[in-house]
Design a protein around this ligand. Structure first.
Ligand code: ZN
Length: 280
């Protein structure tokens, strides 16, 4: 991480090129990142691919989907939802963590299919209205309507599930994290997904080039401090490289309790803080 901030122009270009090549490979060969869906809690399922997560929640009053992945992996998402015995046409709300293509690339066609209401953090709306270049790979992100923005002050009960939304800026200005109050074996549990722990894009050089405020650097650190205190029973990462939920899923046949990890959330956030601390 220290390396990332101190790197030369050439090193930045090289890093971004490597990332672009990896993403292009995923989009050209989406089958290479296919992930079988799995159940995490009574009404919560993983339906993402092996690179980027999507979570399906059966609220009892319609389905909620958090993030929808690449446009190129939409067929997998639809297949996964069917495999779990649900229909994508029953998605009532699509909650997006932030405006990057790997989390919202499929939102356009999925919204047309499901007629779901799409929500995103208010401070990411300008990505779609004015700065489509900030979506990255915007050509791979068909347009979609935005029906609402999160109210960070108020929990939202949908059926049996309570959603709390937290503004966690840094990775993008409107990046949003989710606390999901649901049940596991009938007992109340809190699951949480952090919307964006990626430091890519947060170097001053990248912020300046994107025309984004340098204050996002400090904002990222401050929201990590805030999130670290959350009491979370089941951490749900937005990318598996932040918290290895896919390894846990490999043990799901033994016990569905494998996802319960009361220390996992704060440990994940703490790791990120320790990476980031020397840079401030
Ligand atoms: Zn992102």
């Amino acid at each position: 991480m220290k390396k990332i901030i101190k790197e030369s122009v050439e090193e930045t270009q090289k890093r971004l090129q490597a990332l672009t090549e990896k993403i292009n490979r995923y989009m050209k060969q989406p089958w290479s990142i296919y992930q079988k869906p799995f159940q995490i809690a009574d009404h919560l399922y993983y339906v993402g691919n092996s690179y980027v997560a999507s979570y399906l929640i059966d609220t009892g009053d319609g389905l909620v989907l958090i993030d929808c992945g690449f446009c190129e992996t939409l067929y997998q998402l639809i297949h996964s939802i069917h495999l779990l015995g649900y229909s994508p046409t029953d998605i009532r709300y699509l909650f997006l963590s932030h405006g990057h293509f790997d989390h919202c690339g499929a939102a356009g066609p999925l919204q047309k299919l499901s007629e779901a209401e799409v929500y995103i953090g208010r401070e990411d709306v300008f990505f779609f209205e004015k700065r489509r270049d900030l979506i990255h790979f915007e050509d791979h992100t068909p347009e979609f309507p935005i029906h609402g923005c999160y109210d960070y002050e108020r929990p939202w009960r949908i059926g049996s599930t309570v959603f709390r939304f937290a503004h966690t800026p840094g990775h993008t200005p409107g990046c949003t994290s989710f606390l999901i109050e649901t049940t596991h074996h009938g007992n109340p549990v809190v699951c949480a997904m952090h919307g964006g722990l990626g430091i890519n894009g947060l170097t001053y050089r990248e912020l300046d080039e994107a025309g984004l405020p340098r204050s996002l650097h400090q904002a990222f650190y401050e929201q990590l401090q805030m999130c670290r205190t959350w009491k979370v029973d089941i951490p749900c990462p937005s990318h598996n490289h932040d918290y290895d939920i896919l390894s846990l899923a490999a043990r799901v046949d033994e016990s569905r309790d494998c996802f319960v990890n009361p220390d996992g959330w704060s440990a994940m956030i703490e790791r990120k803080i320790q990476q980031y601390l020397p840079l401030l």
